[in-house]
Write a protein that binds this ligand. Structure first.
Ligand code: HEC
Length: 106
């Protein structure tokens, strides 16, 4: 039991800062490269560019990989995704997924 608790404490001590760091890295990369079209808060700034705020992490990651590999084609996103590393894709996906959005039905 003592080992279990100790492990839990170590795991949470390690995972929290790593996650926060991923969001910070994703946030600054997104601000520099993506915000012109997708907005600083992940809400689209351009006709044709979708909202990314609150999208599932796995979805954003898979789309960026598909643009990078050429499986999904778009004249803008193909160029944007080409130089992204796996780490940058993970950071960006974590950042957009972390933005909370609220849907209201009228
Ligand atoms: C010059 C404008 C522009 C920039 C800059 C840009 N995007 Fe895009 N993005 C688009 C457009 C336009 C689309 C829609 C493309 C399509 O129809 O496939 C898109 C689509 C996407 C999608 C697919 C979303 C979905 O709903 O399927 C993701 C994910 C994405 N962009 C992420 C990013 C990230 C991350 C960055 C920064 C590294 C970025 N984009 C920079 C214009 C841009």
């Amino acid at each position: 039991m003592r080992h279990f608790l100790l492990n839990m404490m170590l795991v949470s001590a390690l995972t929290v800062p790593i996650h926060a760091w991923a969001n910070e890295a994703g946030k600054s990369k997104a601000a520099a490269v993506c915000s012109v079209c997708h907005g600083s808060n992940g809400l689209s700034q351009m006709p044709g560019a979708p909202n990314l705020a609150g999208q599932p992490e796995m979805y954003v990651r898979e789309q960026l990989r598909a643009y990078r590999s050429g499986k999904r084609q778009n004249e803008m996103m193909t160029i944007i995704a080409k130089p992204l590393t796996d780490d940058e894709i993970a950071d960006l996906s974590a950042w957009y997924a972390s933005i909370e959005i609220k849907a209201t039905v009228k």
